[in-house]
Design a protein around this ligand. Structure first.
Ligand code: MSP
Length: 655
């Protein structure tokens, strides 16, 4: 029986569009899941969405829809979470939404179990609450009086609430963290023990009464289950724990591996095992806390206005190149600074130069010198070949060791050492020189090219979890049949047919012109931002009333444009000479040049208020104001002059 491997991402908050930081976490977990499948293990890969809580309730209200409608759109709608994972080639086997019925009823049962066990009790919550993060903090955890996660102000909060007796588990959790490999990387253990356990683990507030968008506590329905019991339990309810939707919980899938970002390590390595201890269930095999992708040294967040849209990046550079970049560049356990320049550089260096060149040079030479099919005759030259062969044969073990340590960046580093060595092998053996005398050197040339194809094949296998789509194409180009694409064959030499046929196909990773790409990216980002803006925005009506007398004192008249010209040195102002029916010309200045050319307005009948005090603009006097309609369209102000029937005489009063 093959081993079962269950791996999860955190469940994402569908409160905003997901950004490249969320994508990092999911792509990493996907590569790990694919790695285990490649090894022939049975894999269950879970991801999903964490859909309850006050923030969602507030956002839905703002959007004028129900919370369920709000999350449905972000999760299942076009460009939503499901679409993003499809685009990024995420191979999850299951997707859980915490609003799924089976999860909701399982949470009610889990809550009751913990209550019956005596680990949940009713009390009063007094504390500091960060609304955007939906987190309670103690005074000592605040940073400069603000939320230690997002830096925003917190408020005092007090309400009746249920508590989970976390304190009861402090000793066992400390032991788990310090004396096992439960939590990785190891550096996070000290952080948890010193910052949270040693100062004294406080009981945890696990219900709220101040909002309703959550799982109701069935035996006390004015409470909803607050965040962590609801969210963390997803890893087991998705297998069928306390529900009938699935029945995989007892089938060897649990315990699984929980991959999470560093800011939620606290919840996963303290609260989560304590909950499971209380339920009497096995603890996760591992919690791995990865670092953050940062922008200019700071956290990515929409509120900072610097979100990087994975759709735009994938569209421009390709899904596989983006997946690869994320895992090749940043050590998984540490933070990394994301930039578009770094992305392009990595694609150019690793994928276009190193891997792309290796494949295109090798297939091109096999085509040019042998018509695409290598002859079986070979001449090995031990001193020239051995180093490459032993690197290729040793690669799988090194890769495996890195992947087992949750270090995909190290695994990729090993693969690229072999790719770079292969390119060097081309330069050392100079196939073009061998080709000059095919009779004498044909067998050697075939041997050199075969070595290159074999090295490429093994690297291709090990790159498959990272770039599944492109590696399929690579195998087709180098003539690797299914049996040469397996984990087993990654530690075998000469798996390819002796008379292997190659095809020179499309360039897998074209070189990117940095400047042009950055410009295009900027334009695409601006366009996406524009597209996200409302089509038409209208200023809300003023609630304050104006009394009738005051209104009547405003003197609106029909006016005819006798002349109109642009005011010199002003990009905005037009100078109108108007017939207002008095027989004396009236001059009004209006900042509308952006929308109208002066010559188009001559002869039109407009509306003006004529009893405003005179005002000087650019040294010219303006006597009144021309009335127009204003609204915002896709974030830009739009203006239309009010033009009325030309049959209305100049000076007619409008009331
Ligand atoms: N809903 C909770 C998780 C509950 S799991 C039982 C949550 N959601 S989240 O959408 O805010 O974050 C989901 C994951 O994305 C977290 O692991 C978080 O660390 C990760 N990331 C969010 N921004 C990130 C970066 N900028 N960089 C790397 N990972 C990031 O937390």
């Amino acid at each position: 029986m093959s081993q079962k491997y269950y791996i999860t991402t955190p469940i994402y908050y569908p409160s905003d569009k997901l950004h490249i930081g969320h994508t990092y976490c999911t792509v990493a977990t996907d590569a790990l899941a694919r790695y285990h499948r490649l090894r022939g293990e049975e894999v269950m890969f879970l991801t999903g969405t964490d859909e309850h809580g006050q923030k969602i309730e507030d956002k839905a209200k703002e959007a004028g829809v129900s919370p369920k409608e709000y999350v449905d759109k972000i999760v299942e709608g076009p460009g939503g979470v499901l679409d993003l994972w499809k685009l990024m080639d995420i191979s999850n086997d299951r997707f859980i939404r915490t609003t799924d019925d089976y999860h909701v009823s399982a949470i009610q049962r889990i809550f009751k179990k913990l209550y019956d066990k005596g680990d949940i009790y009713k009390g009063t919550y007094k504390g500091k609450y960060c609304k955007p993060c939906e987190s309670f903090w103690t005074e000592s955890q605040l940073k400069d009086g603000c939320c230690p996660d997002c830096g925003r102000p917190v408020v005092d909060a007090e309400e009746e609430a249920y508590f989970f007796r976390l304190s009861r588990y402090a000793g066992r959790i400390q032991d788990l963290l310090e004396n096992t490999d439960f939590l990785q990387p190891r550096s996070r253990v000290n952080e948890m023990v010193n910052n949270f356990i040693k100062p004294g683990l406080e009981d945890l507030c696990v219900s709220r009464t101040s909002f309703t968008w959550g799982v109701p506590v069935d035996f006390d329905p004015k409470h909803v289950v607050y965040v962590w019991i609801d969210a963390l339990s997803n890893y087991i309810t998705a297998l069928g724990y306390e529900n009938d939707r699935y029945d995989d919980y007892d089938k060897g899938w649990w315990p699984g591996v929980n991959i999470v970002g560093k800011e939620i390590v606290r919840f996963h390595s303290i609260i989560w095992p304590a909950m499971l201890m209380s339920l009497g269930e096995p603890l996760p095999r591992k919690v791995f806390g990865h670092g953050w992708l940062l922008l200019d040294g700071g956290k990515m967040s929409k509120s900072k206005g610097n979100v990087v849209d994975p759709y735009i990046l994938a569209e421009q550079f390709g899904v596989d190149a983006l997946r690869f970049f994320l895992l090749r560049t940043f050590p998984f356990g540490a933070d990394g600074n994301f930039s578009n320049e770094l992305l392009i550089q990595t694609i150019n260096t690793d994928l276009a130069n190193d891997l792309g060149n290796l494949v295109s040079r090798t297939t091109a030479m096999a085509g040019k010198y042998f018509g695409g099919t290598l002859p079986a005759a070979r001449r090995y030259e031990k001193e020239k070949d051995d180093e490459l062969v032993s690197m290729v044969l040793g690669l799988r073990d090194k890769y495996e060791e890195a992947m087992e340590q949750y270090a995909p960046h190290k695994a990729l580093e090993e693969v690229f050492k072999v790719i770079q060595r292969s390119n060097k092998y081309i330069d050392e053996n100079m196939p073009w020189a061998l080709a000059k005398d095919m009779e004498a050197n044909g067998a050697r040339l075939a041997s050199v090219l075969y070595h290159l194809l074999e090295a490429t094949r093994v690297c291709g296998i090990l790159l498959t979890p990272f770039m599944p789509g492109s590696m399929g194409k690579l195998f087709d180009q180098i003539g690797a049949e299914e049996n040469c694409r397996t984990w087993l064959s990654a530690r075998m030499w000469a798996a390819l047919d002796a008379e292997v046929s190659v095809t020179k196909g499309e360039n897998l990773f074209p070189r990117i012109d940095m400047e042009a790409a950055l410009e295009k990216l900027e334009a695409a980002e601006a366009e996406a931002k524009r597209a996200a803006l409302p089509d038409v925005e209208i200023e809300p009506q003023t609630e304050e009333k104006v009394d009738f007398e005051t209104f009547c004192r405003s003197d609106f008249r029909a006016v005819k444009v006798k002349a109109c010209e642009a005011v010199k040195k002003s990009s905005k102002l037009l100078r109108f000479t108007l017939d207002d029916g008095t027989g004396v010309d009236r001059q009004i200045l209006s900042g509308i040049h952006q929308w109208y050319e002066p010559e188009d307005l001559v002869g039109r009948t407009l509306v003006a208020i004529v009893n405003l005090p005179p005002r000087k603009m650019m040294g010219l006097e303006s006597n009144g104001m021309i009335i127009s309609a204003v609204h915002t369209e896709k974030g830009e102000e739009s203006l239309h002059l009010i033009m009325i029937d030309d049959a209305i005489p100049a000076g007619a009063k409008l009331c």
